[in-house]
Design a protein around this ligand. Sequence first.
Ligand code: TYM
Length: 343
Amino acid sequence: MSEGVQTSPAFTPRVFSGIQPSGDLHLGNYLGALKRFADAQNQGIQSIYCMVDQHAITVWQDPVKLARATRELAAGFIASGIDPNKSILFNQSQVAEHAQLAWIFNCVARMGWMKRMTQFKDKAGKNAENASLGLFGYPALMAADILIYHATHVPVGEDQKQHIELTRDIAAKFNHDYGIEFFPMTEPVIEGAATRVMSLRDGSKKMSKSDPSDASRINMTDDADTIASKIRKAKTDPDALPSEAEGLKDRPEARNLVNIYAALSDMSVSEVLAENGGQQFSAFKPRLSELAVTKLAPISTEMARLMTQPDEIDAILRHGAAQAREIAAPILQKTYDIVGMVR
Ligand code: TYM
């Protein structure tokens, strides 16, 4: 985490983040989330990572596919460097405290707050009346995911910023309503060159699993040829790369490819441009492909290997859930005491 991030001294630094098991993992999830989760873990901060299966079912999921996607996501976490012996790794539905705290937060959060959430507006579309109640209340469950651990830092991509702000609003209202500083003001951690990886076909759209065009994204399960072909066909402009970041202004597709290169190579955008400025895309794209394949191929190979051992994945998730409950249960109990629930 960056040194600039401040936390209330009353709370021990603790990282939490989650990913929905609702389809293929893509490069945006890797660079915006997974890679950075591994970095947080390796800095020695207690880290808790969750496959949010209860969030996934806010829109219809085929049960067989959901189970497979949960295991595949677990494999993606592990293959990206999350070590279940260092971090707590589990799926949300195994720790009932998330849903239990979410109910309390349903009673703290206001309808108007939920209505303003852009993710709800995007996902519900024009037919909001027909969206599930779960999709509407999604951010209250997300706040519970984070606050049931008193997590102080949440590494996420840019698209989740509004949800983390809402988490802070819920914590602040709870603390205010009950007159106690119980929940921390969690900090979103949105850092690095790839906090918003864009579609390879349209630099104004986020790379997303719901984009109908598979060519718009690099999936973590794509093989080397597919990755190379998608990068070769990625939309660009006719100009050469600039030598300074300023020159990427108003060039969204060029900026996206440079950001991806920077994030994959752990270089800054300035360093990438110092090395590649003046080059045409016909020269830069093969370099980017080679870098992407070198970084991603070992991950997809490891994911495929792990997927041959589903029982081991399940055992890891059960163990992680038990560890998570040890932290969550006393926080839920204290919340119930604060609210006045008799035990
Ligand atoms: P989800 O499952 O959509 O995405 C998982 C993570 O990947 C990031 N991400 C991206 N980052 C950069 N560029 C992109 N194109 C891109 N697409 C996705 C997301 O920002 C996220 O970090 N609501 C969350 C899941 C969640 C959660 C939580 C997250 C539930 N509870 C508690 C943090 C803490 C979601 O739908 O992420």
